[in-house]
Design a protein around this ligand. Structure first.
Ligand code: SAH
Ligand code: SF4
Length: 429
């Protein structure tokens, strides 16, 4: 979501005559934007460290770039950022970044200490300029915010309440992307499957996007177990453009911990969903997020997480140590888990997940599939693309180019990527 937001900020500024510096670290840029994430701790410390580094370098070079802090740390810390880091000129929350051009103009006219944390009624998407060409695969935010208030999570506070973009606006943006050469669209939302517009739900939206000519692949992330509908499951059986991939975070396998997390679902409910998705689409790759060491988590609770992982069999997963976030109920608990215990549990969980990723990739060897070429590999003639199951596949063939959707035979597999041999050129970009 932050990648998407950064692209939209860039587009908004380009519409006002600015350009991306193209530098990895903005060495000579006039304006630097630090787009931040607040989901786990240390984000704020990292931000202050970066600002210090950037301003020291600029001073050495005799420059004074404008520094803007955006994203969820901006939302959470507000004016405190300018108080602590004097080099920062602007602080702009994730619902206000469409006003960056105006704020930068005010800043250059001499205003100081500009902070915009509004969560406006008129959504930013209505005023942002059209999408620019970026490559064969693009993100499209369809839903933002969250009303679920899991006990560990800052999202409802930093991104605001659940809000869906209207279907017409989504289809218009999808068309712009396709016109710019995009073949794969990843729909984004904090709880993407909570999307709704009138009586239309997530399944109908996917159907409408699939009906647009030129959309070869559709993906989405992140789904919440509580928002799964029959139409969403059916979409995986009925819509060929919808890729066989589901990111469905569970966080824990222990009913006791799930209840304490305020997830509003238990382990059996989750298993039931997995079974229904697999019945609709047997080759579905399933991935998840996990938190280990939530306050009060016992060894028996953690064993339940391992057994849930064994039972589901994941293609990939993200796993994190619980990180207390100021202002969330779990941070107030007195039964916090030792850092060492968290680390040790995380290691055991990741070892199991890594084995499952390798097994998932190995079972693909010998089969063939379409891959969408996204970028060049490290060696000459090498290309990297994605399989339908979001695996990275390396193919060596000088005739390929970015945006090709080609058929390959998968010939070998590691935990993080596979190697493929080109079978036929399917369609040119
Ligand atoms: N809306 C999605 C997740 C969004 S946050 C959902 O409910 O599944 C992305 C992931 O960050 C979460 O799934 C969770 O695993 C992790 N996360 C969020 N807050 C965290 C915290 N305080 N400590 C550790 N991990 C956290
Ligand atoms: Fe955070 Fe997701 Fe829970 Fe919302 S549903 S509070 S975004 S973890």
């Amino acid at each position: 979501m932050n990648v998407y937001d950064a692209e939209r900020m860039s587009e908004a500024l380009q519409a006002h005559g600015m350009a991306e510096s193209g530098e990895s670290d903005g060495e000579t840029a006039d304006v630097l934007i630090l787009n931040t994430c607040h989901i786990r701790e240390k984000a704020a410390e990292k931000l202050y460290h970066e600002v210090g580094r950037i301003s020291a370098r600029a001073r050495e070079d005799g420059r004074k770039p404008v520094i803007a802090v955006t994203g969820c740390v901006a939302q959470a810390e507000g004016a405190e950022i300018i108080r602590r880091a004097k080099a920062v000129d602007l602080v702009v929350g994730p619902q206000a970044y469409h006003r960056l051009p105006e704020l930068l103009a005010r800043q250059s006219a001499g205003e100081t200490g500009l902070v915009d944390l509004d969560m406006p009624i008129s959504p930013k998407f209505d005023v942002l300029p059209a999408r620019r060409k970026r490559g064969p695969s693009a993100f499209l935010t369809v839903q933002e915010g969250c009303d679920k208030f899991c006990a560990f999570c800052v999202v409802p506070y930093t991104r605001g309440g659940e809000a869906s973009r209207p279907l017409d606006a989504i289809l218009a943006e999808a068309r712009q992307l396709v016109e710019g050469g995009v073949r794969e669209i990843t729909l984004l939302g904090q709880n993407v499957n909570a999307w709704a517009d009138g009586n239309k739900g997530f399944g109908q939206m996917v159907e409408a996007i699939a009906a647009l000519p030129g959309v070869d692949r559709i993906r989405y992330t992140t789904s919440h177990p509580r928002d799964v509908t029959e139409a969403m499951i059916r979409a995986h059986a009925d819509i060929p453009q919808l890729m066989p991939y589901l990111h469905l975070p569970v966080q824990s396998g222990s009913d006791r911990v799930l209840a304490a997390m305020n997830r509003k679902h238990d382990r059996d409910f989750y298993f039931g969903l997995i079974d229904r998705f697999r019945a609709a689409r047997p080759d579905l790759a399933i991935t998840s997020d996990f938190i280990v060491g939530f306050p009060g988590e016992t060894e028996a609770d953690f064993a339940d997480t391992l057994s849930l992982v064994e039972r589901v069999g994941y293609a990939q997963a993200f796993s994190f140590k619980y990180s207390p976030r100021l202002g969330t109920p779990a941070a107030e608990r007195t039964d916090q888990i030792d850092e060492d215990v968290k680390s040790e549990r995380l290691h055991r969980l990741q070892t199991l997940l890594q084995e499952q990723s390798l097994a998932f990739n190995r079972q693909s060897v010998g089969s063939s599939c379409d891959i969408l070429i996204e970028r060049r590999g490290r060696h000459a003639g090498q290309w990297i693309g994605k399989s339908p199951w979001l695996q990275s596949v390396v193919v060596t063939d000088p005739s390929l180019s970015v945006g090709d959707l080609v058929r390959v035979e998968l010939v070998s597999a590691g935990p993080n990527s596979l190697e493929g041999h080109l079978l036929t050129m399917k369609t040119a970009a």
